[in-house]
Design a protein around this ligand. Sequence first.
Ligand code: NAD
Length: 483
Amino acid sequence: MTAERLQNHIDGAWIDSDAAEVFEVTNPASGEVIGLTPLCGGDEVDAAVRAAARAYPDWRRTPVEERIQPLFRLKALLEEHAEELATIVTRENGKTLAEARGSVRRGIQMIEVACGAPTLLMGQALEDIAGGIDCESVRQPLGVFACIAPFNFPAMVPMWFFPFAVACGNTFVSKPSEQVPFSQDLVWRLIDEAGFPPGVLNLVHGGREAVDTLVEHPLVRGVSFVGSSPVAEHVYKTAAVHGKRVQALGGAKNFVIVMPDADMELTVAAIADSAFGCAGERCLAASIVLTVGDCHDEVRAGLERAMAAIEVGDGTREGVTLGPLISAAHKRKVEEFIAAGAAEGAELVLDGRETQVDGLPGGFFLGPTLFDGVTPAMSIGSDEIFGPVLCLMHTENLESALEITREQPLANASSIFTTSGKHARTFRYEIEASMAGVNIGVAAPMAFFGFGGAKGSFFGDLKAHGREAFDFFTDRKVVISRW
Ligand code: NAD
């Protein structure tokens, strides 16, 4: 079987890329090459941006009620194709079908919220700011926006941005991760069917060169990035130097604090799901469990039991709860972290490196792994691992637990498990991570609330989703009138 070479979608048409270089896309469960992503150069990205810029004046003038109609149609088409899309997500990313279905649902919710644009785009007005003088503030679109996406949520992450951008009257260029191009290929086929005017939504494939062209392009007014922190910082700085708005969502090292008064059954189940769901390749995955006081042994024993029940395998198979990692290279990187943790003196309680899956010798599988006695000085105690590896730390009280989290450079999400309102209140008040969970393992983004990390997990100021999305994708103009 020859691997399919992906096309770009520019100005309403599917176009073969002339890129000389390609990225080989693999099915992580088998290691088989399933596609070739063209690594487009500057000219092809430029063509996509210019198409978006040409489409902008008419799209901007299209009444908002008309602009949201193709979004409603896209939502209906996505519902119709949700299972097909989830299957593609599992095939190119490896996560289980149940996880893929959940991510498609969360993506569709973004479109639902963006369809509220007629209300959410409204400005403000005040009569008689001086005698006979009225003042209003209106929201206006800015032009061409772009997004650059990571590999871990292939269908969902681009939907964090483009529905809001185009509902506001902007036009758009999307660059998916070269590791998972198929989900967006289907999304763009549905976009085609939904009837957006040519050039309003463009898709271009590529890697580093495509990204750099987008963030430096004079016709791009704003960039939404999601990926690792070093690249987020690079995108933020480069786009800012080129005069653009940027929201760059970066990496994570998420702490879960367990108080001795927590409901242990609920706590352990939620932590295991958070740490090992999506093979730990989630920016909201629990990475470190900080046990407080005398609950350490109980938490550890509960986690060991929960981990023994995890079934590693092909995400399309019934009963599998832990799919493969994205690539052989990423699996090697996670294995290196495990080796480093053991060498640095942490206790390797459960080692997933020997895990094999029958009939799939080429898959990138890694079993759930647990360390105890981890300290912030160890690489596994401070660096993002992005795999099914959970670390246990212990401390005496909530204040010292919070102090440990404060010393970390990354602050995407954090949770506390407790039955004490006082502890929960102190946690939500003090924790620096901007997604805070109380008795919740994954403080996940919802379409109608803002989303983005803090400290080294986020570069920018206006965050994604909800009302914040309408702030990011519009500028406010103040009009003062006397008649
Ligand atoms: P990545 O940073 O390697 O790649 C993200 C995007 O940037 C891709 O489209 C890629 O083509 C491009 N890219 C990669 N290297 C580049 C470079 N040197 N210059 C310019 N562009 C470059 O991230 P990934 O491995 O695809 O995704 C995993 C990371 O994403 C993890 O760190 C995870 O925490 C993070 N993530 C964060 C969030 C969030 O909401 N904060 C959500 C999902 C994933």
